[in-house]
Design a protein around this ligand. Structure first.
Ligand code: DLL
Length: 433
């Protein structure tokens, strides 16, 4: 029931001693190799050698997504390019993605942590893992893939999409573990139903779902419709990818964060101060073993809480609660991270389009939908239908090309989108998680 028993059940004093020595060495590494960190540590008057206890972590400056953007693409890398064997990326707040690089050691660690995560979810050697996370710059596909291989399971690298084929393969290949986003799993269930396929006749036993927010109610629905145990997995590309934290099948109560590699903290997003154990706030993570792009006190913007209470599974690593939201305005639409500001910059670059828009996110038949309502100027609005249609298609295409998100655009008359005296309300999210 463990992949690496020694480390997963390390007594807290030994775990904390390991964390401190790893924290000190990662600080030495970034101080020596990353000008951004040398400057930010110098500015706060702390040298790596000044860090004498884990409590001193609180004295270190944060790293933000903006810092990563300012360092685009490689300036935060702490290893020479010759040692980087893999590059992944995810959406940034504007047009440019956030880029991460992995050394061979980083890939080893990631594979092990994903293998640990599989075992924590109740998977084992001999399982047939149907991996429907997307392969590509997104970390989901390859991250789960390497972990499945490390575990010694049989992995089917099916990636996302082509749902009917997915269902046929699950039936014919005897898949026992499913990995994909929670919303995609429900979409699969719908498709299967319409084709007369009953999940009770499939061999699936466990589903490992993450990459977007979901709820206990949705877990219930998935478990019932797909006839499997649904496990919550958390991760983000900046820190590693999938497998930063995962529930254990024994308790399904909070996600163990692999603390021999990551130091978690929960802060008040307004003040930046730590909150007491058990209280909700923003998750901040320090990577203590990464070589390619170690991050010190990275502000994830994800809202959760942290507990050090012992767990019945025997793992000694702290648990974070199911994510309950974000402290910024990032949306996750069909697994793609999207910031309203990205859509805004596409819209304002198009002639005749006014900077007044509203994004309406919904879920239809278990798939996220995005409608972009945008005002166009008087002249265009009174133009022929053909012109309006062409503009609609252009907006949809540019958003798809630049952000990878399918949307339907709706052109509206000038001054119809509600104005606000304070912060503009740009998003209506009708999804129920
Ligand atoms: O979504 C990595 C991943 C892949 C995790 C597969 C789990 C499974 P990014 O594309 O960088 O990486 O997006 C990271 O997704 O900051 C959260 O806001 C959200 N997220 C990830 N997992 C969960 C989860 C991958 N279990 C962002 N619950 C994170 C809620 C999640 N939100």
């Amino acid at each position: 029931m463990y992949f690496n028993q020694e480390f997963e059940t390390l007594p807290r004093p030994a775990l904390e001693a390991l964390q401190l020595s790893r924290l000190r060495s990662v600080l030495e590494r970034v101080y020596a190799n990353v000008p951004f960190y040398r400057t930010s540590l110098d500015r706060s008057g702390i040298r790596p050698a000044d860090v004498k206890s884990l409590n001193d972590l609180q004295r270190l400056p944060f790293t933000t997504k903006q810092d990563m953007r300012d360092s685009y693409p490689y300036a935060l890398f702490a290893a020479p390019m010759e040692e980087i064997v893999r590059i992944h990326a995810s959406s940034g707040t504007t047009g440019k993605p956030t880029v991460v690089g992995y050394t061979r050691d980083d890939i080893e660690v990631w594979s092990e942590l994903m293998a640990r995560s599989f075992v924590s979810a109740g998977a084992h050697k001999g399982d047939i893992i149907h991996n429907a996370y997307g392969y590509g710059l997104f970390t989901g596909g390859l991250g789960a893939h390497y972990g499945a291989e490390r575990l010694g399971a049989s992995v089917i690298p099916i990636s996302g999409g082509n749902t009917r084929r997915q269902i046929m393969i699950m039936q014919d290949f005897g898949s026992t573990v499913l990995t994909c986003t929670p919303s995609y799993s429900l979409f699969m269930a719908e498709e299967a139903k319409s084709e007369g396929v009953d999940f009770r006749n499939l061999r699936l036993r466990v589903g490992i779902f993450g990459a977007e927010p979901w709820s206990e109610a949705m877990r219930g629905e998935i478990e019932q419709k797909l006839n499997l145990a649904a496990i919550d997995i958390y991760g983000l590309s900046e820190i590693m990818g999938p497998g930063v934290a995962i529930e254990c099948i024994e308790a399904q109560k909070g996600l163990h964060i692999w603390e021999d590699h990551f130091l978690p903290e929960i802060i008040n997003p307004e003040t930046g101060q730590r909150v007491p154990e058990g209280e909700r706030g923003e998750l901040v993570i320090t990577t203590i073993t990464k070589q390619g792009i170690p991050l010190i006190r990275y502000r994830t913007r994800d809202i959760t809480s942290l507990t050090y209470e012992p767990c019945i599974c025997g793992r000694t690593h702290a648990r974070i609660a199911r994510m309950s939201g974000r402290s910024d305005d990032m949306l996750i639409i069909r697994g793609v991270n999207v910031f309203p500001s990205q859509i805004e910059s596409i819209l304002v670059a198009i002639e005749g389009v006014e900077p007044h828009y509203l994004l309406i996110v919904d879920r239809s038949e278990n798939l996220d939908t995005l409608e972009v309502q945008v005002e166009v100027d008087e002249r265009i609005f009174s133009d022929e239908v053909k012109v309006l249609q062409r503009l609609t298609r252009r907006i949809e295409k540019e958003i798809k090309d630049m952000l990878g998100v399918t949307c339907s655009a709706k052109l509206v008359e000038p001054k119809t989108i509600q104005r606000s005296e304070g912060k503009a309300k740009r998003v209506i999210d009708n999804r129920k998680y």
